[in-house]
Design a protein around this ligand. Structure first.
Ligand SMILES: [Cu+2]
Length: 475
């Protein structure tokens, strides 16, 4: 019997079994009402089931091909997504180069969040997780973009490697996360850093963005932006730590987080000393309420800002990996479009709620030059780290300073042309991506991982900024 026939037969059989087992008038009435009447079938279903030797349980895997050998030769684009599971010490809030303060982190490939894989709907993702032989524990990887038996997400032991393949059938932003040691300690592994996203672009690309404005005469003036956008990724989570930097499960059960992190760091994207210097002429004069990652000597951990142009289509891939709701809001802006499951969920909305393990795509245009803080509009989250500053256009008048100082030949539409955008907030390019003018090395990376990102072309601002400041006569 082929699988399709088998499935149809199974549905019929289950319905009939229901009628037989619960053969009351109540059940009979309901079944009759659904146009499936066993007495009118031209086969003796119960006899057929008996001949088969019982009901055949047909699992969804019958419809989703997951065999790597088959999928790699299926003609579909295959993304070879290689991850390494490693435990490392990484800096926590209050860390300085002179006075290190570290916590026990767990990572995919030496970074938090793990690398982003970007595919198009219908592509094959071939995921290989390798656990080095020296690693203290086993790890697994559960990819929410897949539809396959959870047996694939089982533990990979130190010294071993495991691969699975699946077709990314649904478009959107999807979490992946360590599944612990066959679920044991999964909370510790995820909340210590083992999470990331898969971005699956729609098969036919993204749609244009429509923004409504009113004209002076009171009529609606619809403005359409091309589907191509400047893209960012923002991944939310919490850290539950003891003072010594160990995972504190008691705090997790009480939902008493130590920090709210965005892409692995609390206050990852707020101004730093270099911005103080450029804008206020003084490295020590803070321009934001909290600037905990200030010094150039923090290298990849120094906080950075996100730069966009005015009147530019911006697309943000957002995922909530954490234990707390995310009330995603951008102070001073309206979310022009919110998409989940490749369906527009909302337009022109102030805040959108993501529960745990939910993702979305936010499209918007920053209308005016200025600074805009993307927050989790839960006050406990804002003040423990979920504040992310976008700078649109040239709100500080730095173009003139940079042109006068010989850094720029002419004015630029955003500071990204000078400082770049932080590497951990920039996803791999996809179907409708506008390239960032430059990218700087920033993120919860091990030094080895930071060196790789630098080798890929990202600017080490801890080297570039002193040169610029000297040329401007600020240092
Ligand atoms: Cu793990």
């Amino acid at each position: 019997m082929n699988k399709r026939v088998s499935m149809l037969f199974t549905i019929a059989a289950v319905a009939v079994m229901g009628a037989t087992l619960f053969g009351s008038t109540y059940t009979q009435t309901q079944i009759a009402g659904q146009s499936l009447d066993a007495s009118k079938l031209d086969v003796d279903v119960m006899e057929k089931i008996h001949q088969m030797g019982g009901l055949e349980l047909v699992m969804p895997s019958a419809f989703a091909e997951t065999d790597c050998g088959v999928l790699e030769n299926s003609g579909r684009m295959v993304h070879d997504f290689q991850l390494t599971g490693t435990s490392v010490d990484l800096p926590m809030l209050g860390h300085t180069a002179d006075s290190p303060k570290m916590y026990k982190a767990m990572t995919f490939s030496g970074q938090i969040p793990g690398p982003t894989v970007r595919a198009t709907q219908g592509d094959v993702i071939k995921m290989t997780l390798t656990i080095p032989s020296g690693e203290a524990t086993a790890h697994g990887n559960d990819m929410h973009a897949s539809q396959m038996s959870s047996a694939n997400f089982g533990a990979v032991q130190p010294g071993e490697s495991k691969t699975y393949c699946y077709i990314a059938e649904s478009a959107g932003t999807f979490k992946y996360h360590c599944s612990g040691v066959d679920l044991a300690a999964m909370d510790q592994h995820v909340l210590s850093g083992m999470y990331g996203i898969a971005i699956v672009d729609p098969a036919n690309g993204y749609k244009k963005l429509m923004v409504e404005k009113t004209s002076g005469s009171g009529e609606l003036d619809r403005k359409f932006y091309d589907a191509d956008a400047l893209e960012f990724q923002l991944q939310y989570n919490q850290l539950y730590l003891t003072d010594g930097g160990f995972y504190d499960q008691g705090k997790m059960f009480m939902h008493h987080n130590t920090h709210s992190v965005v892409n692995g760091l609390p206050f990852a994207y707020v101004p730093n000393g270099a911005h103080n210097l450029l804008i206020k002429g003084d490295m020590g004069k803070n321009i934001f309420v909290a600037q905990p990652w200030n010094g150039l000597d923090l290298k990849q951990y120094q906080s950075q800002l996100l730069y966009v142009e005015n009147d530019q289509h911006v697309r943000i891939f957002v995922e909530n990996h954490g234990n707390e709701p995310l009330f995603f809001h951008i102070v001073g802006e309206i979310l022009d479009k919110v998409t989940q499951g490749n369906r527009v969920q909302s337009a022109a909305t102030e805040t959108w709620l993501l529960g745990g393990s939910q993702g979305m795509i936010v499209d918007l245009v920053f209308d005016e030059p200025g600074t805009y803080a993307a927050v989790n509009h839960d006050y406990a989250a804002i003040y423990t780290g979920a504040a992310t500053v976008f700078v649109a256009g040239d709100p500080f008048g730095l173009n003139q300073v940079l042109v006068d100082g010989g850094i720029l030949d002419s004015a630029v539409p955003s500071y990204a042309y000078v400082l770049g955008n932080p590497s951990d907030a920039v996803p791999p390019a996809g179907t409708n991506t506008i390239d960032h003018p430059a990218v700087n090395v920033h993120g919860m990376y091990t030094d080895e991982r930071a060196a790789e990102i630098q080798a890929d072309g990202a600017i080490p601002l801890w080297e570039a900024v002193p040169e610029v400041a000297k040329q401007l006569g600020l240092l």
